[in-house]
Design a protein. Structure first.
Lengths: 182, 96
């Protein structure tokens, strides 16, 4: 049985199911246009360019290409551009949101017409642990990984990683809320 | 039918006390609380007064218990969060 290759899926116009093996869970890929339909975030806070290997509600990978034009580089720092760690965490959290919104839009019976899946995107509840092991600078491409863990009520524990090439940039665990019940 | 001796019961009680203390230390460590494990009583509530845990802390404990004892706590298992004793009872009833 074949499983989806680990390499990034080429940017696709729309989500495509990649895995077909019955035992393997289907993996989906989302372009930035797809992601804009899944997340409420917009410039300058949309921190994920593409998602792939997404197993809805379980795990996924994503890409964030870091350009010198990112607004935060104007002040962080004027003569020494480094991506703020909290923005890396934001990128991770947005991938997490893509993974759980995918569960809604890829459900066998999608929600009734008119429902906006991005409204189910919740908040960051806790940065339980996070370690930053490499500076992220303009030109770097962050590969993001997220694996959703246990849930309790509307809370979900997640393990996240971000790397540049083969080098780990940050890893840790978060708690997110699914839904916007303040 | 065997009858538990005084020594058996005493060693069971000691093992339980030790386990309670371990769980207290783990919770305090994980949640970064500023208390000594020894001053947390076994029947003190975990929420509100007592350890003043909130729902985020609860999920941290769910993850901790799963990692340490391979026991899953779900939404319906609120009795597990009554106190340290309740949590350890819950774990002991399901541990393999």
């Amino acid at each position: 049985m074949t499983v989806t290759p680990e390499a990034p899926v080429k940017a696709a116009g729309s989500a495509k199911a990649a895995g077909s093996a019955k035992s393997a869970k289907k993996k989906y890929a989302y372009s930035s246009d797809d992601i804009k339909r899944m997340l409420p975030h917009r410039w300058p806070m949309l921190m994920i360019d593409r998602a792939y290997d997404v197993v809805p509600g379980v795990s996924g990978r994503g890409v964030k290409s870091v350009s010198v034009n990112e607004p935060f580089f104007a002040g962080h720092y004027p003569d020494h551009s480094i991506m703020p760690g909290v923005m890396i965490v934001e990128a991770m959290a947005q991938l997490v949101a893509v993974v759980y919104v995918a569960e809604i839009i890829e459900a066998p019976e999608p929600p009734a017409e008119g429902g906006d899946p991005s409204e189910s995107v919740g908040y960051l509840g806790s940065i339980s642990s996070m370690k930053f092991s490499r500076l992220v600078v303009p030109g770097d491409q962050l590969t993001l990984e997220a694996r959703l863990g246990q849930r309790l009520g509307g809370l979900r524990q997640v393990s996240v990683r971000a790397s540049v090439g083969t080098e780990l940039a940050a890893a840790g665990s978060l708690i997110v809320t699914t839904g916007r019940k303040s | 039918m065997s009858v538990a001796t005084f020594e058996d019961i005493r060693s069971q009680a000691e093992a339980r006390l030790e386990k309670n203390m371990k769980v207290k230390s783990m919770i305090i460590d994980r949640l970064g609380l500023d208390v000594e494990p020894a001053v947390v009583s076994d029947n003190q509530p975990l929420f509100g007064r007592g350890l003043e845990m909130d729902s985020l802390d609860t999920l941290e404990i769910v993850v901790m218990v799963n990692n340490e004892y391979d026991v899953l706590i779900s939404d319906d298992d609120f009795e597990a969060f009554g106190s340290i004793n309740a949590l350890v009872d819950f774990v002991e009833a399901r541990e393999v």
